[in-house]
Write a protein of this length. Structure first.
Length: 239
């Protein structure tokens, strides 16, 4: 039996135009014809940023289209699986499960099976012991008296396991983490993770373009709330 052609979206441009011609025009002329063609981020990165925003905000109506587009834009199935896994920790398990429900169908339509996905157990990447000890010591000192459970899980599960999984590069993990934080309005966490992202290879040009991209997918208020934090990180790194 032949594999059916993957479906792309529940809403066509004509559907949007029937309700709001202006919204249809902005979608066509600004998002499709301009935003996605800007040079500051690759198509692959724009897809990763968009997926992070959709998962963080549990916006399932866009997932069918954008997960398909992400695979077309060279994100590997294993990377898509890791994006969902990673964001379960940064956006919540239920948000990740919303994505699982949709991507399960997409993988089936595309003939993507277990052989294309990370095989458990994985061989973790090397740990920077000195940097992790410094981070863990600071978190323990600040928050051990508040919730030792959170401190322990942060050390053992997030930074000594999740962040070391090999099927999504550290730079890409940082990219989707920062994107999810902006999308969720969690500005207090951005300073650490944006610095980590840039240490992991994300350039200032790329980070700036993440904000431009997210303005359309999370709304201007989320981005303007994050911009002072980005500015301060950029300034501190140029001193």
């Amino acid at each position: 039996m032949s594999i059916p052609k993957p479906t792309r979206s529940r809403l066509s441009n004509d559907d949007v135009r029937a309700v709001s011609p202006a919204l249809a025009n902005y979608t066509r002329d600004t998002i499709v014809a301009d935003l996605w063609k800007r040079p500051g981020l690759s198509l692959r990165d724009r897809s990763a940023v968009t997926l992070a925003a959709l998962i963080a905000r549990a916006q399932t109506i866009g997932m069918q289209h954008y997960f398909n587009l992400a695979l077309d834009n060279a994100l590997k199935p294993a990377e898509v699986a890791e994006i969902i896994t990673h964001l379960a920790f940064y956006s919540g398990w239920s948000n990740a499960f919303f994505a699982v429900e949709i991507v399960k169908v997409i993988f089936a339509e595309r003939g993507i099976g277990a052989e294309h996905l990370p095989q458990e157990p994985v061989q973790l990447l090397p740990l920077d012991e000195a940097a992790e000890d410094k981070r863990a010591t600071a978190v323990q000192a600040n928050f051990g008296g508040v919730s030792q459970g959170v401190v322990d899980y942060t050390r053992d599960v997030l930074f000594r396991d999740l962040w070391l999984r090999p099927d999504l590069a550290p730079r890409d993990r940082s990219l989707i983490t920062v994107s999810a934080l902006v999308a969720s309005g969690h500005v207090a966490q951005i300073t650490y993770h944006l610095n980590r992202a840039m240490d992991n290879g994300l350039t200032q040009t790329e980070a700036s373009e993440v904000l431009a991209h997210l303005a359309f997918y999370t709304g201007w208020p989320c981005v303007f709330s994050a911009m002072p934090v980005f500015r301060d990180v950029f300034t501190s790194r140029t001193k």
